[in-house]
Design a protein. Structure first.
Length: 168
């Protein structure tokens, strides 16, 4: 009889442990400085890639969809990914761009001058290997480099730099 009570206690104890709500995994916030280039642009989309330095160093890429710049824009969507090492394993941290804004910081400048924009992005569904429920943000400066060529002002390159914070 004592043996059967021990087995019954073990089975019941296991059942209670499995039925109890689990302890939520702790989230961590990772902060990085980022630098990159805009390698493709249309009037409503920019594609960027570069390097992140900090808690999650690695190569990053982002697509940012927005309303036309005139001189400012509202961010309407997009995606981001960061190839890094997390817990000693090569990991792809990804997320979606859920909102934000692009604001020209030198709108009164005349002539064919470089254009500077404050960029603020809100990130959602952030997490490793496509399993994201975290959040994030990006804040930085986008610079459009311009030059007059045969009397026409041409944007010939663009860079972005700033800081990114990811919580998951």
């Amino acid at each position: 009889m004592p043996w059967s009570r021990l087995v019954l206690s073990a089975v019941c104890g296991t059942g209670v442990a499995l039925a109890a709500p689990g302890v939520a995994a702790a989230t961590t916030t990772y902060n990085d400085s980022v630098y990159g280039i805009e390698y493709s642009a249309t009037s409503t989309e920019g594609k960027f890639s570069g390097t992140a330095y900090g808690a999650l160093p690695g190569a990053w890429a982002a697509t940012v969809d927005h309303t036309p710049l005139s001189p400012n824009a509202t961010v309407t969507g997009g995606s981001m990914s960061l190839r890094t090492v997390l817990n000693r394993t090569s990991t792809n941290v990804s997320g979606t761009v859920t909102g934000g804004q692009v604001v020209r910081t030198n709108p009164g400048a005349t002539g064919c001058v470089n254009q500077y924009y404050a960029v603020r992005l809100v990130l959602g569904r952030v997490g490793p290997n496509g399993a994201g429920s975290g959040t994030g943000s990006f804040g930085g400066t986008l610079t459009h480099y311009r030059r007059s060529i045969f009397g026409t002002c041409v944007t010939y390159s663009a860079t972005i730099s700033g800081s990114m914070s990811l919580t998951f």
